[in-house]
Design a protein around this ligand. Structure first.
Ligand code: ASP
Ligand code: MG
Length: 401
């Protein structure tokens, strides 16, 4: 443990000049406490999408390598802007690209993993009492080529740097002032969570809470990096994510969340042999498509239907692969993007019977149909129509709080 603080600024809190100046003031406050400050930035809000669409204007299928080059420009821009703003209020500051910050990654463009951080440059800059503003989301592979870590990857950069430097803490600044038991913009009764453990947070992030990236939480847990989620625009206490939370904070349910970016694929009319079912999932796995909730049903006529969910971005590819395999009748393959997944997360659920009943009761009162369900020790998920998802979250939240 040392004097280092990592502050991560998301795209929504760097949205314009005023926001960038505000971030610079936050850095100044921390710096003046005598801390060594490393800021990690996302691209300004909307920038990454804008850069992506510029690429797509020139080609339907730009190479992943070039997509990484163009997308990484967003974080270069914001890192330089923030370093300029920090310098302007009298603090020495330097922006560093992922490469300069020593972020070494795997080669998988668009979904690279951080393999190692060469901390020499970071250490040199902070030893000279400079604030470092590092570009999040990017690194270089062993060939020296630019890579990106997948959407929302700046959180991961921040946690990785905090871990590599054994920082005191890693504060993630965003628009919201913490993690809530449901999206506070949609569920007015949602409560802010003071402390949450890595397990629960990882599930919530994975199942739709966008404030923290799930991979960043995974990394934080691995290296015991304490995370704090705060608003850049208020002094309110945020949420602390750590290994163990106090008993007072232990809850049966930590949150209710939704994920809209999913789709349901159905293959019907199968004979139901495991070989046939295997060929469905074999094709998905060969193509690196992750299947989430899986349902197998036997119809009255004895045939079998297989339904499963995939991420919306994989949906068209999944349906195409099944159709092109020649193994199934084209008309038997359906791709339904009108669904969303609503999940209840809580480590306490396992030992409490009646969770399923409570969820169904809440949904039936709102006449919401459940299309698929799945449960594990820590979570219970239902697939519903996208248009029902928000009211499903509210109804379930109300039932539990
Ligand atoms: N700018 C990147 C994105 O929009 C990374 C990040 O914001 O964390 O996904
Ligand atoms: Mg983010």
């Amino acid at each position: 443990m040392n004097n280092i603080t990592v502050l991560k600024f998301g795209g929504s809190v760097l949205i314009d000049d005023g926001a960038v100046k505000n971030a610079a003031e936050i850095i100044k406050k921390e710096y003046e406490k005598g801390k060594a400050v490393i800021a990690v930035v996302s691209a300004q809000g909307g920038m990454t999408d804008a850069l992506l669409s510029e690429a797509l204007r020139l080609s339907d299928k730009p190479s992943k390598r070039e997509l990484d080059v163009i997308m990484s420009a967003g974080e270069l821009l914001s890192s330089s802007k923030l370093a300029i703003a920090v310098g302007n209020i009298g603090i020495k500051s330097v922006s560093l690209s992922g490469f300069q910050a020593g972020i070494m990654t795997s080669s998988a463009n668009g979904e690279a993993r951080i393999k190692d951080i060469d901390t020499a440059r970071l250490k040199k800059e902070i030893s000279e009492r400079k604030v470092v503003v590092a570009a999040g989301f990017q690194g270089v592979n062993r060939h020296g080529d630019m890579t990106t870590l997948g959407r929302g990857g700046s959180d991961t950069t921040a946690v990785a740097i905090a871990a590599a430097l054994n920082a005191e803490k890693c504060v993630v600044y965003s628009k919201v002032d913490g993690i809530y038991t449901a999206d506070p913009e949609k569920v007015p009764d949602a409560r802010k969570i003071k402390e949450i453990d890595y397990n629960n947070m990882q599930e919530l992030s994975f199942l739709g809470v966008k404030v923290l990236n799930p991979r960043a939480v995974e990394l934080a847990r691995k290296y015991s990096v304490v995370l704090e989620v705060r608003s850049a625009f208020s002094d309110a206490d945020g949420t602390v994510v750590k290994e163990e939370v106090s008993d007072l904070e232990k809850m049966l349910i930590s949150g209710v969340t939704k994920k809209s970016s999913i789709a349901r694929i159905t293959v019907s009319g199968l004979k139901g042999t495991s070989g046939e079912v295997f060929s469905v999932f074999g094709l998905m796995s060969q193509n690196n498509i992750n299947c989430d909730i899986i349902l197998q049903t036997t119809e009255k006529d004895g045939t079998t239907d297989i339904a499963f969910t995939v991420s919306e971005s994989n949906a068209d590819a999944a349906a195409e692969i099944l159709k092109n395999s020649g193994k199934f009748d084209e008309k038997d393959i359906l791709c339904d993007k009108s669904v969303a997944k609503v999940s209840v997360v809580g480590a306490g659920m396992e030992s409490h019977p009646g969770v399923a009943a409570a969820i169904y009761e809440a949904l039936s009162e709102k006449n919401i149909n459940v299309i698929m369900i799945s449960s594990s020790e820590m979570r219970f998920s239902v697939v519903v129509k996208k248009e029902d998802a928000d009211s499903a979250v509210s109804a379930i939240h109300k039932r539990f709080y």
